[in-house]
Structure formats: structure tokens, C-alpha cells
Design a protein around this ligand. Structure first.
Ligand code: ADP
Ligand code: MG
Length: 681
């Protein structure tokens, strides 16, 4: 940082501090917008100042001294006609002592509170004034700043930049039909130097047209960079996988069910993409239980029909193994082999699988992230599918993409049951094509959700016994202990022991993340086969596990789980035709968010509705965090509040890329200045 070069009257040291605020050029200064505003246009009589409200007072200094107890501080007493006030500064400069000489007039801006010596202000902003000096006519902007950079210095720098580098209009009104927004320069001036008659509420709430103009441009730039990444991908080459239909038709003929309309549409869309000479980048979204696996299987067969390889990567061993078994059952009758790679396989078996893949003898593979490890060679890779894609990072997805041996990129299909609300999909995921499975297979009965306090745990145990003795199977999810893996393990083992003791007539199993792979596998197989009636588990069963006979889910300390997690866990039941229930045991005291989450999961069963509520409770930052990418985040626009700007931003972005790519490039430079991240992953 220290060797940051200076620029335009900014020395290296200042440049380093500004860089912390992502300000590297004069034009970045003008896009550094106020966090809030302070009203210095009015004075409050000292006697009328209320505690807890920021106010400005003006008065004469009566005394000023440096005291050493309880610690070194500057203490001044100020007086006006209505009263007196004590001001204290723990950090101060000699220049302040000068301004505070007895008899001088000063203005203080801060919050008053009652102190030992009467009303006081701690660390107020201080300004010396000449007698009769007028008040500012406009609101004073307050900027986000960083250590060593005073608010007043930053304000000066920005003011200077605003005058020296007049902001360039890149979106004249003609480019924004139907949007009544002020010009760029005018908007910036309003935000940095609000005129006296500005609506202060609109500024504060960021609803003023000046804010809308800036937020629109920001959203537009986000659309531009995502669309550009999307277009760039279409210039790359991928293997053409024609729709031949022999194997896919044979699989469909042998399935015990018919595809839903949504599945059929998804299959057709993907099949068409695979036949194109550039890489597919598609997100297949479908709520828990909507049947994504068969869609993946059909896509994989299209690769096989063309003599090419396809792989399916899943985030947990349990899920990878389950996929492998299911796919093997579907594909082996068709004479199609499939390799299985995971940490749980013995070295010999692994090596045999690797050899079969490397030679091209086997074209399909399923596995955990073991698939992207070094020894795995997939010389004929044409399609990579990532299940529960939100559980993987960008790097892992890129590593999978780069497994192919030739210069071509494989087609990528990402699958997720964590629905992305529309606004989020339109912004952060605009570089992907999205297919939605908006229909569940027929015959599913809705899951009954119950909220039960901890004090009724015994009744829940009794219910589990009745259900299991009646032929059903149940899951019991242990309390989540995020802080400590060791404690999590201990809790799981204790829960298992206490339930085994309480339910002597049931066969009870346990799975958790620290178990050896083959133990996990044995337990899951026994549960799937109905040999275990109750499965005590940690969140290792959160995603993907499919045991249709299981119809009761109990989640202990449900208030600790996130909404997406609860929805996924609940989705483990309701997969067969039996009536299913999910019992959420919660403990007091409930945090406000915990209570809000339980309410949402109780009231909603549709994953999209839950995701929307989740977005509302948590904000988009965490949601997008799951994508773990270098996507440019939004600084000013907010996806919930500014949703209505998104659609026009998308339209204008498409128009610009088509008709005025130079303007698009300049807009991106203005906002991103070379900060574009790992797009396209
Ligand atoms: P998810 O989308 O959660 O991954 P799965 O692919 O695991 O869902 O499918 C859930 C269950 O529904 C599986 O048992 C699967 O065999 C079954 N299934 C999938 N498609 C259909 C269909 N069209 N009709 C009936 N059952 C189906
Ligand atoms: Mg699945």
C-alpha cells in the first residue's frame, strides 16, 4: 500500500488511504457518495438540545483546559443565552486548543447527553466562527472514510474533483426513454452539495431522483459486465453434442414415471444447448424434490451418445454415493458404465476407476470434489454438472471446467435447490441462462409443519415411536453448533444415545460428518433399505438425500438453522406418497431473527417464497456470498428497494452493447475501473 503512486495533486500517502476506499482516480472521488447528511443549516439553543439527537450549537468559550484524570482530555465549557455545555475530546490537536481560547465563538455539532458535570458533548465536531458568520445553506455530506483521512479533507478533495473533472454525461435522456432521471452531473452535484431546497428525507432515504439516477447507472454497469461475460463465453468453443436420442429414449422408456412438464422443458432446453458449438452455462433451479437428477442423467446420456464424457459432482459423499447408485440402476440396463470417485473408495478400486476413465472406456463419472483432484483425467470431457452448486466455490467449479484435455470448454450445468429470488437472478446471475423446474412430480402430499417447544420433547419422541412402529421412517436432526465441530460431534453422539435409550423398540442409526466414509455409507444404505427406522443425523443429510419411505423429520433447536437449511432439511420428507410431517423443536429465548425464520418456514412451503423472505431478513450480501465470486457488488443500489430499476437497466444494457459498445466500455471503466472480478465461473 505504501508504494501507491500519487495522482492529480494526491501524494503517495494520501493515495494509499484513498485506495482503501477504492478511490484510485479523480473520477472515483466523485462516485464516492455520502453515507448520510448532517443539518448544519440551523442552530439549537443549548438549553433546548435534547439528548440523543444530533444538533448544532453556537456559543462563547468560557474555559478550556487539558485535564489528566480520569485520562488525558481536552475539556471546554461553552455558553449561549440559554445555557452551558461541556465538550470533551480524548484525541485533540494543539490547533483545537487555539480555537477554544476563552472568549472565542465556536460551533459544535454532536449529540448531547447528561453527564456528571451537567449536559455534555463527547467528541463534537468543532468549528471556530467569526461573530455574525452566516450558517451554511445546504446539508453537509458525511462520507465513508478511513483512518487517517479526516472528513473535512475528504470533503475538500471531492469538492475539488467535482469542479476539476466535470462528470461526463454518458446516458443522455434519449438513451433512457421513459425514465425521468436527472443528468449525471446534476445528480452528483445534488448528492455532494445538496441545494438548500432539497427534500432532506429523499436524500436520507436515497429515494431522491438524484440517487435513482446514480443507482440506475450502477445497476446498468452490473448488467453490462455480466452480459459482456456472457457474450464472451459464446465466442469460446465447446464440443457439439448432437441430439441422437437412442440412449435417452431408452432411459425414458424404462423409467417408472413420466417426466413432469417442467422436466421435459428443461431436458429439451439443455439438449438444444449441448448441440451448440459454444459452452452452455446453465443454472437448473428446482425446489427440493422437483426431480433434477433425472434431468442431469438425460444430459449425461447425450454426451455418451456422442462418444464423450460427462461428470456429476456433488458436495457430500452421502449424496455422491446416492447419485451413483441411482444412475447406475438407470444406466446399467442400457449398457452404460459409470465410475464413482470419492474419498471413501479403497485405493485399488479408485485406481481401477481412474484407469477406466483415463482410457475412455468409461464415459461417465459421479463423485465428490475428489473428481477435481489431480490424478483424475477426463480426456473426453464434454459436460460437467455440479449438483447443489451453491455448496461449491468458484475455484472448484473452474477446476472442474478445466478437467477436459482439449482447448474446448465443456458445457456446464449447475443445479440448485436454493431458489434465487427474481431480482437476485436478474442481477447477480445475469451471466447465466436459467431453467426453472416450477412443478413437483405428481402425487406428493404436502408436508405438515409443526412448531413445538423444547418442553414437549417427550411427546415428540412418542410420536416418532408411533410413526416408526406403524411402518414409517424418521430423521432426527441434532442441534447445530456452528462454533465448534467437537461440540457438534459430542451433541450428535449424545442425542443418538439418549434416543436409543428412549426408543428401545426401534432400530436407530447415526450419521455425522466425522464418521469414516464407509461407516456413513453403511448407515445410509441401511436406512434407505428400511433396516433402520430412525436416523439421527447432523446436517450431513441436508442436501439431496432421497429416501421416499421417510415421512417424519424432527429438527432440534430449529431456531439455530438458516431458512435455506430448514427448507432443505424439511425437503428430505414428503418424497413418497405417505403423509409427511416436519416437527421443529425450538428453545427460548428466541432471537428476533430466529423467530422470524420459524414463522417463515411455518407459513411457507414454496422454496421461492422462502428465499424471498430470506433475502428480506438477511439482505442480498449473504445470498450472493454463496456464489463466492468476484462479482462487482452493488454500492448504492439495493435489490429489494430498487427492483423497478433493474428491468430498464437490463434493457438499456442490451441496447448499449449492441449499438454503442464504446459507451458501454466507458461506463464500465467509470464504475469498475479495471476491478472486474472472476466473471464466468
Ligand atoms: P431434487 O430435485 O431434489 O434433486 P430428485 O432428483 O432427488 O429431486 O427427485 C426426487 C424424487 O422424485 C426421486 O425419488 C425421483 O426418482 C422422483 N421423481 C423425479 N421425477 C419424477 C417424476 N416425473 N414423477 C415421479 N417421480 C419423480
Ligand atoms: Mg438433488
Amino acid at each position: 500500500m505504501a508504494d501507491q503512486p500519487g495522482w492529480a495533486g494526491v501524494g503517495p500517502q494520501l493515495a494509499a488511504r484513498l485506495a482503501k476506499l477504492d478511490i484510485r482516480r479523480p473520477q472515483d472521488l466523485v462516485l464516492h457518495l455520502p453515507l448520510r447528511y448532517e443539518d448544519e443549516t440551523r442552530l439549537t439553543p443549548i438549553g433546548a438540545a435534547r439528548a440523543g439527537m444530533p444538533v448544532q450549537v453556537e456559543g462563547e468559550v468560557q474555559s478550556c483546559e487539558v485535564t489528566l484524570r480520569p485520562r488525558r482530555q481536552l475539556v471546554a465549557r461553552i455558553r449561549d443565552d440559554s445555557g452551558t455545555l461541556v465538550a470533551r475530546w480524548l484525541n485533540f490537536y494543539p490547533s483545537m486548543q487555539k480555537q477554544l481560547e476563552a472568549g472565542r465563538r465556536v460551533r459544535l455539532f454532536g449529540e448531547v447527553r447528561g453527564g456528571f458535570f451537567g449536559d455534555e458533548m463527547i467528541h463534537p465536531r468543532l468549528r471556530a466562527v467569526d461573530p455574525g458568520e452566516g450558517l451554511p445553506e445546504a446539508l453537509t455530506p458525511v462520507y465513508p472514510t478511513t483512518a487517517g483521512l479526516a472528513q473535512s479533507a475528504l470533503r475538500k478533495l471531492i469538492g475539488r474533483a467535482l469542479n476539476n473533472v466535470p462528470p461526463e454525461e454518458l446516458l443522455p435522456a434519449a438513451r433512457l426513454p421513459g425514465l425521468k432521471l436527472p443528468g449525471f452531473a446534476e445528480a452528483l452535484r445534488t448528492l455532494h452539495q445538496p441545494p438548500p431546497d432539497v427534500d432532506p428525507h429523499g436524500l436520507e432515504m436515497r429515494a431522491h431522483p438524484a440517487w435513482l439516477r446514480i443507482k440506475f447507472e450502477e445497476l446498468l454497469v452490473q448488467q453490462l459486465s455480466l452480459r459482456r461475460a456472457y457474450n464472451a463465453r459464446r465466442t469460446r468453443h465447446a464440443p457439439v453434442l448432437r441430439e441422437r436420442g437412442q440412449l435417452t429414449a431408452a432411459l425414458l422408456a424404462q423409467l417408472p414415471f413420466k417426466l413432469t412438464g417442467a422436466q421435459a422443458r428443461a431436458v429439451a432446453e439443455i439438449a438444444r444447448d449441448l448441440a451448440l458449438p459454444h459452452p452452455m452455462q446453465r443454472l437448473l433451479q428446482g425446489d427440493v424434490g422437483s426431480g433434477k437428477t433425472i434431468v442431469a442423467a438425460l444430459a449425461m446420456l447425450q454426451a455418451v451418445e456422442n462418444g464423450r464424457q460427462a461428470v456429476l459432482m456433488a458436495p457430500t459423499e452421502i449424496l455422491a454415493e446416492q447419485h451413483w447408485k441411482k444412475l447406475a440402476a438407470w444406466l446399467e440396463p442400457l449398457g452404460v458404465g459409470i465410475a464413482w470417485l470419492s474419498g471413501s473408495r479403497k485405493k485399488k478400486e479408485r485406481e481401477a476407476e481412474l484407469a477406466r476413465l483415463a482410457s475412455g472406456e468409461v464415459l461417465l463419472a459421479v463423485g465428490t470434489h475428489a473428481l477435481i483432484e489431480d490424478p483424475v483425467a477426463l480426456p473426453r470431457l464434454a459436460l460437467a454438472i455440479v449438483d447443489e452448486q451453491h455448496r461449491f466455490g468458484v475455484r472448484q467449479r473452474l477446476a472442474l471446467r478445466d478437467k477436459g484435455a482439449d482447448a474446448q470448454h465443456p458445457h456446464m450445468l449447475m443445479m440448485s435447490a436454493t431458489p434465487i429470488p427474481r431480482t437476485l437472478a436478474m442481477s447477480y446471475y445475469a451471466d447465466l441462462d436459467v431453467t426453472v423446474l416450477d412443478e413437483l412430480p405428481p402425487g406428493r402430499t404436502p408436508i405438515l409443519t409443526k412448531l413445538v417447544t423444547e418442553s414437549r420433547r417427550d411427546q415428540v419422541i412418542a410420536r416418532v415411536r408411533d410413526a416408526c412402529l406403524g411402518g414409517a421412517q424418521a430423521y432426527w436432526v441434532c442441534p447445530l453448533i456452528e462454533e465448534s465441530e467437537a461440540l457438534q460431534l459430542k451433541t450428535a453422539v449424545e442425542t443418538f444415545e439418549s434416543l436409543t435409550a428412549a426408543l428401545p423398540d426401534l432400530k436407530v442409526g447415526l450419521v455425522h460428518g466425522r464418521m469414516k466414509s464407509d461407516e456413513k455409507s453403511t448407515t445410509m444404505t441401511a436406512f434407505a433399505a428400511g433396516e433402520l427406522q430412525l436416523l439421527v443425523a447432523t446436517t450431513v443429510i441436508e442436501v439431496g438425500v432421497d429416501v421416499p419411505n421417510a415421512s417424519l423429520m424432527v429438527i432440534e433447536h430449529a431456531e439455530r438453522f438458516g431458512l435455506a437449511q430448514l427448507h432443505q432439511l424439511r425437503g428430505r420428507v414428503g418424497r413418497g406418497t405417505a403423509e409427511s410431517a416436519c416437527i421443529l423443536i425450538y428453545a427460548h429465548p428466541l432471537s428476533e431473527n430466529g423467530r422470524a425464520r420459524l414463522k417463515v418456514i411455518y407459513e411457507h412451503s414454496d422454496g421461492f417464497a422462502i428465499a424471498r423472505e430470506d433475502l428480506r431478513i438477511r439482505g442480498p450480501g449473504e445470498f450472493v456470498g454463496a456464489r463466492q465470486s468476484g462479482l462487482p457488488l452493488l454500492r448504492y443500489a439495493d435489490l429489494e428497494g430498487d427492483a423497478e430499476l433493474l428491468e430498464p437497466a437490463r434493457t438499456v444494457a442490451e441496447g448499449l452493447l449492441r449499438e454503442a459498445p464504446d459507451v458501454a466500455a466507458r461506463l464500465m471503466d467509470r464504475w469498475l475501473g479495471g476491478r472486474e472480478g472472476l466473471l464466468g465461473a
